[in-house]
Write a new protein. Structure first.
Length: 128
């Protein structure tokens, strides 16, 4: 099951963070079709956010066709986005790279900026 982490200082709307984290879990194969998302109550208890925020995120995921709400049962994954499994050699290389970046004295924001710059270089003109 996915555990949401809300960064209140990121400037990204809370519901968008939930949507992004759910999509990331789908891409990494951490969530698969048929899996149940945490209930709004569980997310609220874990993150201290408004229940309507969770519901808004789940509605957005439903609108995109990724999840479906089943009345009285919860919200379930309809389709995955898995292209690179969590145990991919690429992920391991990226993990090693991030560890080297930390050892070199870069902080989280520095690493994110560097990674984003590289992504932009390689994906110029492509829709995100």
């Amino acid at each position: 099951m996915v555990e949401y982490r809300i960064d209140r200082h990121s400037g990204v709307a809370t519901y968008v963070q939930i949507v992004q984290q759910t999509k990331q879990a789908l891409r990494l194969g951490m969530l698969e079709p048929g899996d149940k998302l945490p209930t709004a109550r569980e997310v609220v208890e874990a993150t201290a956010i408004n229940p309507n925020t969770v519901l808004k995120a789940y509605r957005e995921l439903e609108r995109e066709g990724l999840v479906e709400a089943r009345r009285g049962l919860g919200t379930f994954v309809r389709k995955g986005l898995t292209t690179t499994p969590a145990d991919s050699p690429l992920r391991l290389e990226l993990d090693d790279w991030a560890a080297r970046a930390l050892a070199a004295g870069l902080d989280r924001d520095d690493i994110a900026a560097l990674f984003t710059a590289v992504l932009e270089k390689h994906f110029q003109g492509e829709p995100s």
